[in-house]
Design a protein around this ligand. Sequence first.
Ligand code: PRP
Ligand code: URA
Length: 221
Amino acid sequence: MRRFGVRLLGIVLAVPVHLVEHPLVHDALSILRDSTTGPELFRRIAVRISLLLAAEATRDLPAPAVTVSTPLGPAAGRRVSGDVVVVPVLRAGLGMLDAVLQLIPTARVGHIGLQRDELTAVASRYYSKLPGALGGSFVLMIDPMLATGGSAVAALDMLREAGAVGVRMICIVSAPEGIALVEQHHPDVHIYTPAIDQGLNANKFIVPGLGDFGDRLYGTQ
Ligand code: PRP
Ligand code: URA
């Protein structure tokens, strides 16, 4: 992890951003960005990139030492232990959920439904169902796009109210504005992302970004 300086309105903010540089992540990201990629391929590549990003975000998952018996004798190993909670932000975050559950099948799943107003880009909440007792859990919030940061901050507020601490957030594309807003409201949250793009356009879409992730995932453009 490195503290990443994001310049916004002349201020440099130090936020815990983990910039994922793996070539397979960037190969997948280029396919997602390509405007000719249709929903079927987009969904498949969303799973692939999410697997890789989730592996990065869970590097320090507790995994105590164990001994297992191979057919030839005892072998030292490690098994992941502890409670993991993954929280997709609907709807686009659902495209990342199967990937995380492939890696951590025992994870509990919370859902947060947020929708940005098309004109104002202000996020409003329409659904929430979180598992109980989040205090000691390893909590991973998944939302592919961090644009203004309004949705992320609203979701992180809900997780904090539910008792979550040390939340990690995975996003596929981020804007400096969104990172700055998360830093302002939730400076303890670690962000895992492969891309911090130039910024937002007049409609608060990330530029160059990849367009509307949910619409491209579900073919609803
Ligand atoms: C998208 C995305 C984020 C949000 C990011 O969701 O999945 O949740 O926008 O934008 P922000 O940082 O400016 O809040 P959207 O509200 O479009 O809903 P969807 O997932 O149902 O398509
Ligand atoms: N939501 C998206 O899906 N894309 C953006 O660029 C911004 C918000």
